[in-house]
Design a protein around this ligand. Structure first.
Ligand code: ADP
Ligand code: MG
Length: 380
């Protein structure tokens, strides 16, 4: 990929470019906790975006996407928004940098990536953080990493029509080889934990389905959580969000809130604790406990939060059957991937079975993505 980018850059713009890269991400545990002020626990992966960049002395950005084999040129004023979707990510990053007082002028770039698009590994965050980092370096803006993540997030909000949280861009900017990052979504405090699962592999099994329910169900889940938190707050006014609640405080309001809301809240409160328990286990190097907690999360997402689906439950059950250490649905649910922690020696049998048995039942093979926890945004 590096060579292809360099060759294309030379042929289009000549010598003198600098290479930057950033990464997609996984989230080991901590699902549907972000909007409840809880923890998420992401890490950057060995799949990402690479871009060669050179300031060109004009007021125009000239970009070439190798994966789409398309060029796009655009100016840097608000009315210059390009029509190509991929270019809007670059444009948005430039605009959001300017909005924060940063200097941005014209530059030339060729870029490519290997994060599967729309598979839940956040190729868009990889793209944003690569360019947020590159623009910051090239124009000497000295914007801190957290703000670079927010530049990516605001790009999604203001130029790509995606109302996302901060996790993806945060993981992509702060990612570090061999580390996961626990982020407190309320305070934005974060802490690195070691993730070096020697003897295990981390693999995503992509069901390649996306059920339509996702967005309406998401809003309903949020409403249930807010309702449960509001009921608890009557007894415990000090809380700001569901993540602040103790389990026994939830039991106090059982009967006052719909049973459905109770179950949703039960999942969230349990999940916040599981993130903490996973962190403890990682500090001990206890990957078996990590895996067991992943299964618990899957159970909660499936039975209490009810955001799983037949395909994902099937993959989770299959993982158990093949002695996979940990497995759970990753992301919002209703489709997408399961994330699996599997012993080296069990990997081949599990993957073969997942392909074969999933295809026999659902008519198509799942896609398999091996991931290693790696560095995020950087200059190469
Ligand atoms: P994801 O879950 O992977 O982030 P999104 O729909 O949010 O999915 O982002 C995918 C979009 O990001 C693509 O449609 C494209 O516009 C842009 N993108 C991601 N990776 C690349 C790439 N390698 N080259 C060009 N554009 C890319
Ligand atoms: Mg995205």
């Amino acid at each position: 990929m590096k060579q292809k980018i360099t060759d294309k850059f030379l042929s289009l713009y000549g010598e003198g470019g600098t290479m930057y890269a950033s990464a997609g991400r996984i989230n080991l545990i901590g699902e549907h906790t972000d909007y409840n002020g809880g923890y998420v626990f992401p890490g950057a992966i060995d799949k990402g975006i690479m871009a060669m960049v050179k300031v060109n002395g004009t007021d125009k950005v000239r970009a070439f996407s190798l994966d789409y084999n398309e060029a796009c040129e655009f100016g840097l004023n608000e009315e210059d928004k390009p029509s190509k979707a991929w270019a809007c990510y670059l444009f948005g990053v430039c605009r959001e940098t300017i909005k924060r007082g940063g200097k941005v002028k014209g530059f030339d770039t060729v870029f490519a990536g290997d994060v599967p698009l729309g598979a839940g590994l956040s190729s868009s965050a990889a793209l944003e953080s690569t360019f947020a980092f590159a623009v910051n370096e090239e124009f000497g803006n000295n914007i801190d990493k957290f703000e670079l993540a927010k530049i990516g997030q605001s790009t999604e909000h203001n130029y790509c029509g995606v109302n996302c949280g901060i996790m993806d861009q945060f993981a992509s900017c702060f990612g570090k080889k061999g580390s996961l990052i626990r982020l407190n979504c309320k305070t934005l405090e974060y802490k690195y934990f070691p993730f070096n699962p020697e003897g295990y592999r981390l693999v995503l099994v992509d069901s390649c389905v996306k059920h339509e329910l996702a967005s309406s169900a998401y809003n309903k889940r949020r409403a249930s959580c807010e309702n449960a938190a509001a009921a608890i707050k009557k007894n415990h006014p000090e809380i700001d969000c569901l993540s602040d609640c103790k389990r026994i405080w939830l039991d106090e309001v059982r009967g006052e809130i719909p049973e459905e809301d109770f179950l949703r809240a039960e999942y969230v409160i349990g999940e916040v604790q599981r993130v903490l328990d996973v962190c403890d286990a990682l500090e001990r190097g206890d990957y078996e406990t990590v895996g067991e907690l992943m299964y618990q999360t899957h159970f909660g997402l499936s039975r209490l939060y009810e955001v799983s689906c037949e395909e994902l439950d099937f993959l989770n059950k299959l993982a158990r059957k093949y002695d996979v250490t940990g497995s759970r649905v990753m992301g919002g649910g209703f489709g997408g991937c399961t994330i699996n922690l599997v012993k080296d020696e069990l990997y081949d049998a599990f993957i073969a079975a997942a392909k074969e048995q999933f295809a026999a039942k659902f008519g198509h093979e799942p896609k398999i993505y091996d991931v290693v926890i790696s560095d995020g945004a950087r200059k190469l």
